[in-house]
Design a protein around this ligand. Structure first.
Ligand code: GDP
Length: 184
């Protein structure tokens, strides 16, 4: 019996979030299973592809990083206009980055494709891991509940991750892929 591989679905995915929350590091972890402690800011083009198998399907992510532009100016809507997926990333030790994430979600809902799949990602989970005395260390500034609440209100997937330890990083991309409709 002949078997046919199901077609690969290409998905344009963009990353949004304040500078230094770990956007490039999440991509590096997902694409190369690597991490750099003192990563130089990304300058210039930042386009990478990575395949991801979910059950019978193969998703080919075409990942657009901001190339550090969020440091200098607001991102042009053309950056995310025809994206099918977006990661809105914040740093769970930086409340300002969570406020910024709210703004990005709002902007995506106003400007991006209506059926875009968005994941809210609270990164740097390794910095607040339980120290066995029952509560998170005081470095945590954004609770899981706050993140989950925003995600529920706005219809987003929600994950806390660590690009450093790889915690939940694949789960983000598998989670997004499971929401992407089958190619016609
Ligand atoms: P971007 O500007 O959002 O792309 O952020 P980068 O990926 O350049 O990361 C900024 C800094 O945070 C770098 O020094 C990274 O090594 C560090 N970083 C990124 N992700 C994590 C993480 O999950 N945990 C920790 N502890 N540091 C991280």
């Amino acid at each position: 019996r002949m078997s046919f591989a199901p077609p690969t679905t290409s998905v344009k995915l963009v990353l949004l979030g304040e500078a230094a929350v770990g956007k490039s590091s999440l991509v590096l972890r997902f694409v190369s299973n690597d991490f750099q402690e003192n990563k130089e800011p990304t300058i210039g083009a930042a386009f990478l592809t990575q395949k991801c198998t979910i059950g019978e399907r193969t998703i080919k992510y075409e990942i657009w990083d901001t190339a550090g532009q969020e440091r200098f100016a607001s991102l042009a809507p053309m950056y995310y206009r025809n994206a099918q997926a977006a990661l809105v990333v914040y740093d769970i030790t930086k409340p300002a980055s969570f406020i910024k994430a709210r703004h990005w979600v709002k902007e995506l809902h106003e400007q991006a494709s209506k059926d875009i799949t968005i994941a809210l990602v609270g990164n740097k989970h390794d910095l607040v891991e339980d120290d066995n005395d029952g509560d998170d260390s005081s470095l945590r500034k954004v609770s899981i509940e706050e993140g989950q609440k925003l995600a529920d209100e706005e219809g987003l997937l929600f994950f806390e991750t660590s690009a450093k330890t790889a915690y939940n990083v694949n789960e983000v991309f598998v989670g997004i892929g499971s929401k992407i409709p089958e190619a016609p």
